[in-house]
Design a protein around this ligand. Structure first.
Ligand code: FMN
Length: 382
């Protein structure tokens, strides 16, 4: 059994255990992938101030995200097709997050449904909403999230149209996977994955099939998905969704201070500085570069969080220092899930927590809620 010391170890194991089509789906960005790469590499340009002879014996990473207790300022990001990284992936990730004490966010485009997660978890989880042309369906998703007692709704604003990822086209990405000769050959090298998939009935988008009008099987589903993401999405829709939902609302995909002001005006509880993990507008800045001006512009009016490129607890600390109240991790937990299921997600969270705790201590701080820019060297990003 491989020794796991960091997120990169989990990634390496996931490459071995997850069929190429689904591993590539997670580990890719749009077009040249320059934003995807910058999300990670820009963290490396930020230097930390080492402090000594400070009493760091008792430390706390606990915080609140939109008023909800979290063991550390990290939540699991919504990711589509998570149940294809590992059988019943969303259920396993939700369980790991629940036991760890951090929020789990279920994607609209998940394999396990809202009801599947509600049945298998004890604490409330979060639901991420994509706005579809069929507003009755959007309304019904909101109602289902309410019935499942979700404690926050995360509305994604940056996917009205879809950025092209070359690998998904080459691999012919679909759920369930198309059984071409190349796919079958690749899957025979992933016996654990295949066994898991044989043991579950959850193989397609269960929030949608049987719920959206006219979607009963795979081919009608693919047509529906292709046509339904709504390019007309506007701030008026945000208002409608806020009213219909009536609970905590988080707006995801803000990269510009002007949009951040509109997000704050909308009365949402939090916004997430995010470029969708480098999967939408290639050529946009990294999220960590986009964060400081947004935190500066609206941080006193709305909780500002960020995601994109977080592969360590050090990255989380840097984001907090630059003004984020919370962070989301996408690939870091997906690699853990693909590598080892629920245990792997727990391992990813432990790795991040330990790195965050020690790094905060090396910087001479004992409470994550007091971390600010003063833990960074002045020239932060080149
Ligand atoms: C495989 C994958 C699927 C994703 N699916 C969704 C989704 O369904 N909804 C959404 O709002 N964001 C989605 N995202 C974006 C994530 O929520 C998050 O913004 C991103 O993963 C953060 O970057 P990181 O993976 O570098 O941590 C997805 C990201 C990945 C990697």
């Amino acid at each position: 059994m491989a020794v796991i010391t960091c997120i990169e170890d989990l990634r390496r194991l996931a490459v071995k255990r997850v069929p190429r089509m689904f591993y590539d789906y997670a580990d890719s960005g749009s077009w040249t992938e320059s934003t995807y790469r910058a999300n990670e590499s820009d963290f490396g340009k930020i230097e930390l101030r080492q402090r000594v002879a400070v009493n760091i014996e008792t430390r706390s990473l606990a915080t609140k995200l939109v008023g909800i207790d979290a063991a550390m300022p990290v939540a699991l990001a919504p990711t589509g097709l998570t149940g294809m990284q590992h059988a019943d992936g969303e259920i396993l990730a939700a369980r790991a997050a629940e036991k760890f004490g951090v929020p789990f966010t279920l994607s609209t485009m998940s394999i396990c449904s809202i009801e599947d997660i509600a049945e298998s978890s004890k604490k409330p989880f979060w639901f991420q909403l994509y706005v579809m042309r069929d507003r009755d369906f959007v309304g019904s998703l909101i109602d289902r999230a309410k019935a499942a007692r979700c404690s926050a709704l995360m509305l994604t604003l940056d996917l009205q149209i879809i950025g092209q990822r070359h690998k998904d086209i080459i691999n012919g990405l679909s759920a369930p996977p198309r059984l071409t000769l190349a796919n079958i050959l690749n899957m025979t090298t992933k016996p654990r994955w295949c066994l898991g998939m044989l043991g579950t009935r959850r193989h397609t988008f269960r929030n949608i099939v049987g719920h959206a009008k006219g979607v009963g099987d795979m081919s009608s589903l693919m047509t529906w998905v292709g046509e339904q993401f709504d390019p007309r999405l506007s701030w008026a829709d945000v208002e409608w969704i806020k009213k219909r939902w009536g609970g905590k609302l988080i707006l995801k995909g803000i990269m510009d201070a002007e949009d951040a002001r509109l997000a704050a005006d909308s009365g949402a509880d939090a916004l997430i500085v995010s470029n969708h993990g480098g999967r939408q507008l290639d050529g946009a800045p990294s999220s960590i570069r986009a964060l400081p001006p947004i935190a500066e512009a609206v941080g006193s009016r709305i909780e500002v969080w960020m995601d994109g490129g977080i592969r360590s607890g050090q990255d989380v600390l840097k984001a907090i220092a630059l003004g984020a109240k919370g962070t989301l991790i996408g690939r870091s937990f997906l690699y853990g899930l693909g590598a080892m299921g629920e245990v792997g997600v727990t391992r990813a969270l432990e790795i991040i927590r330990n790195e965050l705790d020690l790094t905060m201590a090396f910087c001479g701080r004992t409470d994550i809620r007091t971390v600010d820019q003063s833990i960074l060297m002045p020239e932060r990003i080149a």
